[in-house]
Ligand binder design. Sequence first.
Ligand code: RAT
Ligand code: ZN
Length: 419
Amino acid sequence: MKSILSEAHQVPFAAQVEEIVASTPVYDIHTHLYEPAFNELLLWGIDELLVYHYLVAESFRQHNLPYDKFWALSKTQQADLIWNSLFIEHSPISEACRGVLTTLHAFGLDVKKHDLPSIRNWFANRKLDTHITECMQLAGVKTICMTNSPFDDLERPVWERGFQRDERFTAALRIDPLILNWPEVAPKLAQWGYNVEANPSSGKTFSEIRRFLADWSKRINAQYVMVSLPPDFQFPANTMSASIIEHAVLPHCRDTGLPFALMPGVKRAVNPQLKLAGDGVGLTDLTMLQNLCAQFPENKFLATVLARENQHELCVLARKFRNLHIFGCWWFTNIPSIIDEMTRMRIELLGTSFTPQHSDARVLDQIVYKWQHSRRVIARVLLEKYLELGQDGWPVSRAEVERDVKDLFGGAFERFCKS
Ligand code: RAT
Ligand code: ZN
C-alpha cells in the first residue's frame, strides 16, 4: 500500500498515536473489583492472580489432579500448582498466563528468575492503598466501575451499613438472579420488605420490584443496571424474566435515565466441577436485543456479546439503533487476535461511537495487563485507519487523535449515559 505520507512523517505520527493511546486515562466500565471499604472482597496480589478462574480452567488441561482434590487445596497450594503446571512445565503463552507476567514485569519484578516465593514476598510488603494507586497508574485507569449485587450476602451488608465512597470507583447494579431466578428471589424480596408475590396476579409485584430497583440504584449510585443472559434468551416471551424486564427493569431505567446493560451468550456451569471457571459460550439470537431497542426507544441499552460469531450482527444492530451502545471484548473474546478483529470491525462500521474495551478484572493487579495489552491492539488498528485517511487526503491532527481516543476510552460511554 503506497502512502501519501512520507516515511519521515509516518514514524512520528505512529509514535504519537501509540503515545496517545498508551497515556489517555480510561474509564474501566465493567470490572469485578471493589472499593477498599469492601475489605477482603477487593482481591489483589500474586496468589489471587494465579487462581484467577481463567487460569484455573487452563491448569486442568495440564495437571491430573481430580477436581475435588484441587478444591480442597489452600489458595497458596492452588497457586503453586497453577504456577508449576502453566508457567514452569510449559511456556506461559496463553493470554491469561502472559497477563500475569506483563503485570509482574510492569511492577519491576524479575519474572525471569521464576521465583514464586520472592514474588510473594514482594506482595506481602505492599500497602493496599499505594497498590491501588500504582495499579491504576500503570493501567492508566482513572475510574473503575464495580459490579454490585444486592443478592450477594457478603456485599449487601456493606452497602446497608453505609460507608464513605472512594471517588475512584463507581457502581453498577447487577441483577442476574432477579431476572433469571424469580422463584428464589421472590422470598428474599419479601423478607427485605417488598410486597411481592411468587406468581404475580396484579401490577403490585412489578411496582414493588421497581421500588427495590430504585432503592438499590440510589443506595449504590448506580451508573447502569446490568444482567448477563444465556444464549437462548428471548424477548418478548411469555416468561417471568421477560415480564420483569418489561414491567419493572425498563420502567425503572426510564424513570432514572439509567442504561440497561445486557451481556448475552454465557452458558453457566457447562462443567460445574470447575465452579466459577466452568461457564461456556453459545451463539445468541440477537433478535431479542433488536426487539428491545425497537420497542423501547425511550430506553438506553448497553451490550456486549460473548460469542465471536455474534459480533458482526451486534455492530449492525448498533448502526440501526442510536439507543444501543456496544462495549468491550468480553471474557473469551478478550484475547489479542479477537480484540484486533472486533475493534477493526467496530471502527469500520461505527466510527468512534462505541467503547472498545472493559477489563472485567477480578483481581486489581489485572487492570495493568488487560489495559496494556488492549491499548497495544487498539493503537495498531487506529494507526492503520488514520494512515488510510491520510492517503485519502485527510491527515489527522494530534488534537483529533486525542479527541477520538478520549471518546473510545469512556467519553462516548459517558455521553451515551447522560443522553
Ligand atoms: O469474565 C469473567 O470474569 C466472568 O466470570 C464473568 O464475571 C463475566 O464477566 C460476567 O460479568 O458475568
Ligand atoms: Zn464480568
